[in-house]
Write a protein that binds this ligand. Structure first.
Ligand SMILES: Nc1ncnc2c1ncn2[C@@H]1O[C@H](COP(=O)(O)OP(=O)(O)OP(=O)(O)O)[C@@H](O)[C@H]1O
Ligand SMILES: [Mg+2]
Length: 310
């Protein structure tokens, strides 16, 4: 099976806890925290593992938090290539307020990244042979150049690997200037690519189609939260609707979806099957609590339902 490599420039340790009520100026008693490794590419590699596959996660990590991040990934048996950074890795805080059942997500900025650090990521990919898929997911910390995805796209082409990108904001706008195999924007990310507040109806398909026609990428899977996704290629426009489920937390839905798509493609499934499996994975992730990713058993049930409802 062709190898899958994921890249994370801005990983994090996600620390989750609960409090009885979020009240200002008071000492708030938290329940024992749960630590999880996080960041787009890292989560994609973790979700692939949960689905029975394997991926190599390349990521930057530094300081005591970087060591802890690596330890957490080792515990999950994720094959990793760690680029050591001068500054320490960020830690995010996720707090569930029991009284309101509302979740507060505090995202810290990533450390400033030096040129020799991000260059090592490129060198590691250059060194690899027989890569089928390169998945770059997540935000970029300061110091990483705007054209980093174009540089990875260039290496992917030379390695004959398919490059998949899931990011947002300026990083996404810069990424689509160079040939990418597959993009997975959500609705607001696709809207920002079209310089619009919000896209509706046919506009979603039209914007996706025009990006493909302009040669920006070959495949777009626009994720639409509970409404599923739209798969768009040169000759396909296909809506995929998941069965209704009880949503507990959609955190990690996008990463789980991407994991399902790339794992299926590496197993030589068709694009439609891959997108359907991706929707099953995303929906399965929305059924789990907190930051948990998709479970294989939920994913398989949902995938069978999606296939049968064609
Ligand atoms: N509330 C939900 N109910 C059912 N399925 C969901 C729900 N939210 C997300 N999903 C599933 O997960 C997929 C990806 O979700 P979404 O469109 O929210 O991605 P995203 O915005 O990129 O997520 P993330 O915040 O993780 O980056 C959807 O296509 C869908 O299959
Ligand atoms: Mg996303």
């Amino acid at each position: 099976m062709p190898a899958i490599v994921t890249i994370t420039f801005n990983p994090a340790i996600d620390k989750s806890t609960t409090i009885s009520s979020l009240i200002p100026e008071k000492k708030l008693k938290c329940t024992p925290p749960v630590f999880e490794p996080g960041g787009g590419g890292i989560n994609v590699a973790r979700a692939i593992k949960k689905l029975g596959g394997n991926a190599t996660a390349i990521y930057l990590a530094g300081g005591y938090s970087g060591k802890f991040l690596t330890q957490l990934l080792e515990e999950e048996h994720i094959h990793s290539i760690v680029i050591e950074t001068a500054h320490h890795s960020r830690e995010n805080l996720i707090v569930l307020d029991i009284s309101s059942n509302l979740q507060y997500r505090f995202g810290m900025p990533g450390p400033v990244t030096n040129e020799n650090e991000w260059r090592q990521v490129l060198e590691e990919i250059e060194k690899m042979n027989d890569i089928g898929f390169i998945v770059a997911s997540g935000s970029l910390p300061s110091g990483v150049p705007k054209d980093i995805f174009a540089r990875i796209a260039d290496i992917s082409k030379r390695k004959k690997a398919k490059f998949i990108v899931d990011t947002s904001g300026e990083a996404l706008k810069d990424a689509v200037d160079e040939g990418i195999y597959l993009l997975k924007p959500n609705l607001s990310e696709l809207s920002s690519l079209a310089h619009k507040e919000e896209l509706n109806g046919n506009e979603v398909e039209n914007v996706a189609k025009s990006l493909i026609e302009k040669g920006k990428c070959e495949v777009i899977v626009v994720s639409l939260g509970a409404a599923g996704a739209i798969l768009v290629t040169k000759d396909i426009i296909h809506h995929i609707t998941p069965p209704p489920v009880k949503k507990n937390s959609a955190v990690g839905a996008g990463d789980s979806m991407l994991a399902g798509i790339v794992l299926s493609l590496s197993e030589k499934k068709s694009l439609l099957e891959a997108a359907q499996y991706g929707v099953a994975c995303g929906t399965a992730a929305s059924m789990t609590y907190g930051t948990q990713l998709c479970r294989l058993s939920d994913t398989e049930k949902l995938y069978a339902e999606i296939r049968n409802s064609k």
